[in-house]
Design a binder for this molecule. Structure first.
Ligand code: C2E
Ligand code: CA
Ligand code: CA
Ligand code: CA
Length: 274
């Protein structure tokens, strides 16, 4: 029993050891990808409610790993946040999205930034400098934030948001409805757009409750003068309902998955979504 116990202990220790080594490895690789050219941006169109016009594109980051292939942000954004890499990652994404986006003359470029980023002391200056270097009209940038930033430090967040809004930058409250305090923050902060989380959209054709709830969210947003975008639209049934509810912007696989900049060029040329 004693020997067994010792073996168990050793096994346990070496597993922790491996996990720490793994994390260190991933961290080093991720840092390399951020500093080099290991990250790619895919762009997902945001379209008018009737699906006829591309109004904006959302930049979504991917990691092109030499061995593991393409890795989605759900797998590495949390690591970047935990290991102090989210600031350089966010800056790299913002710079690239603004530079690439400048060529799509009439489109809004939506970029996701982490709460930690917005709370940086030099956040406003960094965004302003990137916009200038990229030659992007600040009115064409929309920064998407989840309510976590507002929960953590509402005073600092509000100051940064208002200063950038003075320059013309727009803000979207992302994943609306999934947090605890969305309603409170919707009233207090000057968001131009609310993005209704796709979990609400998924259920609308199946559940009457879901569709009643969604109708209220959309009309609430409209009453407050916000643009309302629905995410995760996958069926034309969902599109019809959302259009009836008064949603003006839709995003989801029904219209397009996230694609390369060249494919966005193609969509704008042919005016065809697919
Ligand atoms: P999000 O901002 O809510 O982005 C929407 C996610 O839903 C994207 O996943 C998108 O590919 C996916 N999606 C779009 N349409 C549909 C649909 O019709 N059905 C379904 N099932 N999914 C759809 P993705 O690209 O894996 O991104 C996941 C999350 O990672 C994003 O959620 C965002 O929170 C975060 N993220 C992505 N890029 C960045 C970035 O550059 N910086 C930061 N900080 N976070 C990012
Ligand atoms: Ca988003
Ligand atoms: Ca979202
Ligand atoms: Ca999300």
């Amino acid at each position: 029993a004693k020997a067994n116990g010792r073996n168990d202990y050793c096994f346990f220790e070496s597993e922790i050891d491996q996990t720490i080594q793994m994390r260190k490895l991933v961290e080093d690789e991720l840092r390399g990808a951020i500093e080099g050219d290991g990250l790619e941006l895919a762009y997902q169109p945001i379209v008018s409610a009737d699906g006829s016009k591309v109004l904006a594109v959302e930049a979504l980051v991917r990691w092109r790993h030499p061995v593991r292939g393409l890795i989605g942000p759900g797998e590495f954004i949390p690591i970047a946040e935990e290991r102090g890499l989210i600031i350089p990652l966010g800056e790299s994404v913002l710079r690239r999205a603004c530079t690439t986006g400048a060529r799509w003359k009439d489109l809004t470029i939506a970029v996701n930034l982490s709460a930690l980023h917005v709370l940086q002391a030099d956040f406003v200056e960094v965004v302003a400098r990137i916009l200038e270097e990229a030659g992007l009209d600040p009115k064409r940038l929309e920064i998407e934030l989840t309510e976590s930033v507002l929960v953590e430090d509402p005073v600092t967040a509000e100051r940064a948001i208002n200063r950038l809004r003075d320059l013309g930058v727009r803000f979207a409250l992302d994943d609306f409805g999934t947090g605890y305090s969305s309603l409170l923050y919707l009233r207090r902060f000057a968001f131009d757009t609310i993005k209704i989380d796709r979990t609400f959209v998924q259920d609308i054709d199946a559940s009457e409750h879901a569709s009643i709830l969604l109708t209220s969210i959309v009309s609430l947003g409209r009453t407050l003068g916000r643009t309302v975008t629905a995410e995760g639209v996958e069926t034309s049934e969902q599109q019809k309902l959302l259009q009836l509810m008064g949603c003006t912007q839709l995003q989801g696989y029904l219209f397009s998955k996230p694609v390369s900049p060249n494919e966005i060029d193609g969509m704008l040329r042919t005016d065809v979504l697919n």
